[in-house]
Design a binder for this molecule. Structure first.
Ligand code: 5GW
Ligand code: MN
Length: 355
């Protein structure tokens, strides 16, 4: 009897042990993936400091549901609508040009997802004079029909023009201290974007775009621009060899880009993406900016240099063509069929503080 019992228990143990082992492995497998970001948690950055913020973002991005009823032009894989420009990067991120996408199709995919888009814009000192045109044209062209929340950072809240906004769209003025030093404004931009995401946007917004105020919208800027990490190609250098890009070239700087490196030269005046991606970008650029400052180094084009260094390592998942940030003084090149957003001509002596 006792011998039989002994046999039974050892057999039970032989079954239970492997089952327990399997369960343990399954648990640690699930936990590791949970921690590593499958469910939208922190992922360790490739470049720069790690972010301490937890995001519980639903990644709409990965699941595109189209309407069964919409009819649209048949796409082709042998006849491109744009053969005069390159529409994909070597890491297979789309480069957005007019004619490469169907706006109705894209909107029909994103509208049911009820996405919300935050936009930040800085108007410190005399730059408040650009706000009215910026905000009014944003109403006409920037994510029309979608939930948009514009955050205006300014030291002159009284000068923020009241703009009529469509329902679902709103504006918040965030008071910031003034400064006569551009370096300070520039450095603080990334810091304020980082804090805004941490304190106000997390779990409320899906995407964010950070834009220069000295610009106006002239054409659609919408769902075609959405991506995890979005960069805009600078209109001034896109036909040039990368050796001519105005990257930071001193190895002592954290923004350093070596001579034979670099994909495109991106704008500091417009970038965006998912909250967690832009948070990491802002955090990294600010940390690097401060590390440089401690050594008495200021990168060639301040935050734009740091942004370019960041995007070289952390490849953007969507690249916007120079249609998305042109400059009014620059004649339009033929490949640019539409100018969507463009920097206005400004009188530097008139608006910039004396430094
Ligand atoms: C910019 C240059 C020198 C000194 C101060 C400034 C400045 C920039 C300022 O006094 N106030 C301010 O709000 N800015 C913000 O930084 C604006 O949002 C502006 O669009 C952005 C970038 O500066 P920009 O537009 O003068 O730079 P560029 O390269 O587009 O000409
Ligand atoms: Mn500008």
């Amino acid at each position: 009897m006792s011998f039989k019992m002994h046999l039974l228990t050892s057999r039970t143990v032989a079954v239970i042990l492997p089952v327990l082992l399997l369960l343990g492995m399954l648990y640690s497998y699930i936990w590791r993936h949970y921690r590593d970001g499958i469910f939208g948690q922190e992922v360790r950055p490739a470049d720069g400091s790690s972010s301490r913020v937890d995001f519980t973002i639903v990644n709409h991005w990965f699941h595109l549901v189209a309407s069964d009823y919409l009819e649209y032009q048949q796409p082709s894989i042998v006849q491109g609508s744009r053969t005069d420009v390159v529409t994909v990067t070597p890491w297979l991120a789309p480069i957005v040009w007019e004619g490469t996408y169907n706006p109705e199709l894209l909107d029909s995919i994103y509208r049911p997802q009820n996405i919300s888009i935050a936009a930040t814009v800085f108007a410190v000192g005399k730059y408040t004079k650009f706000l009215r045109d910026f905000l009014e044209t944003a109403e006409q062209h920037f994510f029309v029909g979608f939930k948009v929340h514009v955050y205006v950072f300014t030291d002159r809240p009284k000068e923020v023009h009241q703009v009529k906004m469509a329902s679902g769209r709103q504006l918040t003025v965030v008071p910031v201290p003034g400064s006569n030093r551009w370096q300070e404004i520039s450095a603080r931009r990334m810091e304020l974007i980082q804090t805004l995401i941490e304190e106000k946007l997390q779990n409320h917004m899906d995407y964010i775009f950070c834009l220069d105020v000295d610009s106006k919208f002239h054409g659609r800027w919408g769902t075609e621009s959405l991506g995890a990490l979005v960069a805009v190609i600078h209109p001034g250098y896109y036909r040039d060899d990368r050796s001519k890009f105005p990257y930071e070239r001193r190895p002592e700087s954290t923004a350093y880009v070596a001579p034979r490196k670099g994909d495109f030269y991106y704008c500091g005046g417009a970038f965006g993406g998912l909250l967690q991606e832009v948070h990491r970008l802002a955090n990294t650029c600010r940390t690097n900016f401060e590390a440089d400052a401690k050594k008495g180094i200021e990168a060639a084009w301040q935050e734009e240099s740091h942004l370019n260094r960041y995007m070289l390592i952390n490849k953007p998942t969507k690249v916007l063509s120079p249609e998305y940030l042109w400059q009014d003084f620059k004649p339009r090149n033929p490949e640019v069929r539409i100018i969507r957003f463009s920097g206005v001509i400004k009188n530097y002596a008139d608006i910039r503080p004396n430094v």
